[in-house]
Design a protein. Sequence first.
Length: 173
Amino acid sequence: MNHPQTATSEPTSKPGIQPFRFEPCPEVLEGAAFSRSFQGITGLIVLGSAYWLLSLWQQGKFGGDTGVAGLKAAGWFILAWALLAWTAWHVLKSRARLDAQGIHQTWIWDKHMAFDDLAFAKLIRIRGLEWLMAPRLYVRTLVGKFAVFYVTDASVLAECERLSAELKAFRQM
């Protein structure tokens, strides 16, 4: 059975909301997600809590034993400290990146949000306290999915401000 084929010169466009286009300048921009001072404070908390846990064990505060039985009794505390140390490791290594595909952050679970899916972006920061509290880029997609990206690097932060402003202007059209 032969069906006549029709040639169309115009591509069909999907009705609905137009995708947002953003080009970071330069094309790939990457920097630390958390400030050095926050990383230092995080490291001190991990080391201090390790010292405290060790001193409690040496004093026999976990079942009155300073041997293996005392370590077994301290098991939940040791696991909590391990979780704290694991999180601190990610604070030290976390990076935020803007590229042609979107915004990314390496973290315990890496985060990614494509620019063309974005419906809303807002940079949340406390000026003067960026050395302690990393500014956050809150983004939400057209279907309501959201993510928070931590951004400390000045050049990445400037591009996030530009992204937020351009997205707001684009969605108000």
